[in-house]
Design a protein around this ligand. Structure first.
Ligand code: SF4
Length: 248
């Protein structure tokens, strides 16, 4: 094992600032992950040239690959820093922020667009919240499994990073919110507002902006069946379109 961990970190003061690379060496300890190395740098922010520098900024919360906040590009692959074990990474280890979202600082990005798209497709079940509604309607096991699979999405943004059809100028709603449309359309109460979701994804930036590159399913750390969900939605939008036409 090496006696130190060598990192090359892409640093940036904000989205309008030009990025620069800075290198660090941190004493090796067994069982470290990328976040624990960043924490070591924060304790003593001195770069590989022995110069005192500013602590590297990043985002994290759960530290167990559930919240998605520490998502970054590690050695060229988009993934969570909490589950990136140093012993399994070739060195020098390169760390870059997600490229599809505005950089707040260094490795921290603003993923607000993902949450705005979830709002756009009404990715929730309407409840009035004032009294106990009792047990919800029974759901067939097959549907429950589908909903559970999709509900594991942690809004990390890996699918956005991998998708060639999403960038800062595109209006594409993105793979994760599309999958959530299917998830909430399948819910017995969520289905009551499925018309609105379907109209949204049939509009600008909707499902027809998906180029079927299938990168999203490769990049998703939760292996959510994104492409199957999008294929199902393609069928559903066709049926919805025909029904709407007959209703005119
Ligand atoms: Fe991340 Fe997968 Fe959810 Fe996309 S679908 S945001 S890759 S967990």
């Amino acid at each position: 094992m090496p006696d130190s961990i060598h990192l090359k970190i892409k640093r940036q003061n904000g989205s309008r600032d030009l990025p620069r690379w800075e290198e660090f060496k941190v004493p090796y300890k067994p069982n470290m992950n990328v976040l624990s190395v960043l924490m070591e740098i924060r304790k003593n922010p001195v770069n590989v040239n022995g110069e005192k520098t500013t602590p590297v900024v990043w985002d994290c919360s759960c530290l167990e690959e559930v919240c998605g906040a520490c998502t970054m590009v590690i050695n060229g692959n988009v993934r969570q820093a909490c589950s990136a074990l140093i012993d399994k990474l070739p060195q020098p280890i390169t760390l870059q922020p997600l490229s599809k979202f505005p950089v707040v600082r260094d490795l921290k990005v603003d993923r607000a667009v993902l949450f705005e798209h979830l709002k756009k497709v009404k990715a929730w079940v309407n409840i009035d919240g004032t009294f106990d509604l009792g047990p919800g309607p029974r759901v067939p096991e097959r549907e429950r499994r589908w909903m559970y699979e999709i509900s594991r999405c942690m809004t990390c943004g890996c699918c956005y990073e991998a998708c060639p059809n999403f960038n800062s100028r595109s209006k594409f709603i993105g793979p994760a919110p599309l999958a959530q449309v299917l998830r909430f359309n399948k819910h017995p109460i969520g289905a009551m507002t499925q018309e609105e979701r379907m109209e949204t994804i049939m509009g600008e930036g909707g499902i027809t902006d998906c180029g079927n590159a299938q990168n999203c399913i490769e990049a998703c750390p939760k292996k959510i069946p994104l492409t199957t969900a999008i294929a199902q939605l393609n069928r559903d939008t066709t049926i919805h379109g025909i029904r709407s036409w007959f209703r005119k």
